[in-house]
Design a protein around this ligand. Structure first.
Ligand code: S6P
Ligand code: ZN
Length: 191
């Protein structure tokens, strides 16, 4: 295809990322999820309500993007920054999703922090890959994925995935993940 004759030709560009703070500077999309956005995701729902009430609905995680067209051929990318903390004993985590175009993969390069990428398939396979600075996690096509912060500082990742991938939150909200990650007496417990 001759891209010069389509609307698909965009200009090259670059962005600045504060790797330590987990911020993409001059991001045009800035998604903020607070504790109250996480209702239904944690095992201890009463603990989540206490956190919301007692800590004024604290920041949970942020996603920063300077978007590209959501089309095949492009690579969408973002900075994902998940705060440290626990709901009861369960470590802070993202909602998790399949991609709307399920047969699309994703790469997470961890820039800061400690945690796991929990992954599952619709037919019941499950995996958790550790995340720490300099570690890359490959999320294959058809695997739902959720990041989990087990450390005491933000868990920051640079994510790259196909432009057309999109997000499917509904299926994983119905299915849930088969295992959760807890901190008990300062030890990580996955069960
Ligand atoms: C997008 C990628 C990340 C997440 C982000 C927030 O495909 O996996 O940018 O969107 O970590 O997680 P979630 O589950 O709320 O989208
Ligand atoms: Zn994804």
């Amino acid at each position: 295809m001759d891209v010069r004759s389509t609307d698909k030709l965009i200009d090259p560009f670059s962005v600045d990322i504060d790797i330590d703070e987990g911020i993409m500077k001059r991001a045009t999309n800035h998604l903020v999820r607070k504790a109250s956005d996480m209702r239904g995701h944690y095992a201890d729902q009463a603990a989540l309500e206490r956190l919301i009430a007692e800590k004024a609905d604290p920041l949970h995680y942020e996603v920063f993007e300077v978007p590209v067209p959501e089309k095949e051929g492009h690579l969408m990318y973002c900075i994902s920054t998940l705060q440290p903390g626990q709901v009861g004993e369960e470590c802070f985590m993202t909602k998790g999703h399949y991609h709307a175009v399920a047969a699309t993969a994703e790469i997470y390069l961890c820039l800061r922090g400690q945690g796991y990428m929990a992954m599952k398939t619709a037919d019941g396979r499950w995996s958790a890959e550790p995340m720490s600075r300099g570690r890359m996690v490959y999320v294959p096509p058809h695997w739902a994925h959720r990041s989990i912060n087990t450390g005491g500082e933000p868990l920051i990742s640079f994510c790259v995935y196909p432009g057309q991938a999109g997000h499917n939150y509904g299926d994983i909200e119905q299915e849930g993940f088969p295992k959760r990650v807890f901190l008990r007496a300062e030890r990580v417990v996955i069960e």
